[in-house]
Design a protein around this ligand. Structure first.
Ligand code: GTQ
Ligand code: FE2
Length: 331
């Protein structure tokens, strides 16, 4: 069929006829409500959700028997948001995963444009991430960054399997399209540095011991939306901000909602987070998703530390950051 000409289109006698001809040239009427483009407030496209380290541990230990890092490259379990449909993400812009590496294993080095970070859950001395040829030690509670295009591989010279949480801006990079990935040259990263002792003296490492010192010196704010907290980095990476939150037992934080997407990971303790009316009881190693514009608050049952992983730097830089006052966000 011939594409409609200017005259064919101009001659359309009814809206239906016009729509039919427009469809042939890849145009849709903007007034037709089938193509909604604007709505009054953020949609609930992603759901509040909770994942447990208990379950992830079981699955990772099985995966340890069933697949090695030669085959898998990364032995990771991706946390899919239950409402995300086909889109890959824990929340709209970020994905989280549990990862495990066994004694003697090397998860080969690569680099990619997505920014990544890890929160160590269980690891014995001798576990490291090699970032751009430097071995960074991984200990429980530490946070390690591997920003955009930095080479990274993971090694385990200890006698126990090591477990951590990954957070990446992969869904954002997929949306914006600047995805690049390549394997690293192995000799440069792993073997040549085999004898170098792991260090924590790097701008890519936030050791828990340092973070706790900073928390001790921070202004106490147990009932604020983030409890007493310190930011890691400023922000940690271009697209991801981090803060370590210390929650006092039995003090509920102020309810809060933001256009930023947040993922909370439990570094220590136990408690509960209520996200838009859904209550999730958490323990060490668990993950909670608080997608954009969902009011949420936390309450610890015992001294607790939560790591907040947020796309706030993106929202701020693009002029989309909005926060609702605690009183108004209350549910
Ligand atoms: O450890 O390099 O969970 O590249 C997803 C992609 C971990 C990693 C993930 C990755 C990594
Ligand atoms: Fe990676």
């Amino acid at each position: 069929m011939q594409a409609p000409t200017r005259e064919d289109l101009a001659r359309s006698g009814t809206l239906e006829e016009l729509y039919g001809k427009l469809a042939q040239v890849g145009i849709a009427p903007g007034w037709n409500k089938k193509v909604a483009s604007l709505w009054p407030a953020p949609k609930k496209n992603f759901a509040p959700a909770h994942w447990t380290y208990e379950q992830a541990r079981g699955a990772l230990d099985a995966a340890g028997r069933l697949i090695n890092t030669e085959l898998a490259e990364r032995r990771n379990l991706i946390l899919f948001n239950p409402a995300s449909g086909d889109s890959y993400g824990t929340v709209r812009t970020m994905v989280s995963a549990y990862q495990m590496i066994m004694p003697g294993e090397w998860a080969r080095a690569h680099r990619h444009t997505p920014n990544a970070l890890r929160l160590i859950i269980d690891a014995e001395p001798g576990v490291y991430t090699d970032v751009n040829g430097v071995r960074l030690a991984m200990e429980p509670g530490d946070v390690l960054l591997t920003p955009n295009w930095s080479s990274h591989g993971h090694g385990n010279n200890s006698r126990a399997s090591a477990y951590w949480l990954d957070f990446l801006d992969v869904p954002l990079v997929q949306l914006l399209e600047p995805m690049f990935f390549e394997p690293a040259e192995e000799e440069k990263t792993h073997e040549a540095f085999a004898d170098a002792p792991p260090t924590k003296d790097s701008p890519f490492v936030f050791p828990l011991s340092e973070t706790l010192k900073r928390l001790d010196a921070a202004t106490p704010d147990p009932a604020g939306p983030f409890g007493t907290h310190v930011e890691l980095g400023n922000p940690a990476m271009d697209t991801i901000g981090l803060s370590m939150m210390r929650l006092a037992p039995r003090v509920a934080t102020a309810p809060y909602r933001t256009t930023a997407n947040n993922i909370y990971a439990v570094v220590k303790g136990a408690g509960a987070t209520t996200v838009d009316g859904e209550r999730f009881e958490w323990r060490r190693g668990d993950v909670i998703a608080a997608p954009a514009w969902r009011p949420h608050r936390h309450e610890a049952a015992e001294d607790a530390l939560l790591l907040r992983v947020t796309d706030e730097p993106v929202m701020q830089r693009l002029g989309f950051h909005r926060v609702e006052e605690p009183a108004k966000a209350a549910h």
